[in-house]
Design a binder for this molecule. Structure first.
Ligand SMILES: [Zn+2]
Length: 123
């Protein structure tokens, strides 16, 4: 599953950082998720719960901040947001988007990322 591999990488990074700071445990992890990353927040939470078990991340809080996506059209040059909820491809998880203005093929400029914003630890 897409979410599991994303969270597994994220958990590894957090554990590394926590170790570097001599953390006893991690209290909270704040992540930013682009709406065009096609990562489902519910699935992310589930993956986080499973993958943090048995580590110093166990029982910590995962805060997810969703970021709007930005696309750019190769045909008319439109650059801006898109309502992914209305896009049938969103549900299929296929990153194929159409320009809301002219229907041309558009590519993702922003909103594909999944990154750690901050972590809160107990030392
Ligand atoms: Zn266009």
């Amino acid at each position: 599953m897409h979410e599991f591999s994303a969270v597994s990488q994220m958990v590894e990074l957090v554990l590394e950082e926590a170790k570097r700071r001599n953390a006893k445990r991690v209290l909270e992890v704040r992540v930013s998720v682009g709406k065009l990353s096609f990562l489902n927040p519910e699935q992310l939470r589930f993956a986080y719960k499973v993958l943090s078990e048995g580590t110093i991340l166990e029982n910590s809080r995962l805060r997810i901040e969703e970021k709007e996506g930005v696309i750019q059209c190769s045909k008319c040059g439109y650059k801006g947001g898109i309502s992914v909820e209305d896009n049938p491809y969103y549900h299929l998880g296929i990153p194929f988007l159409r320009c809301p203005k002219c229907g041309g093929e558009a590519s993702i400029v922003e909103g594909r990322d999944f990154s750690i914003k901050s972590i809160r630890i107990e030392v």
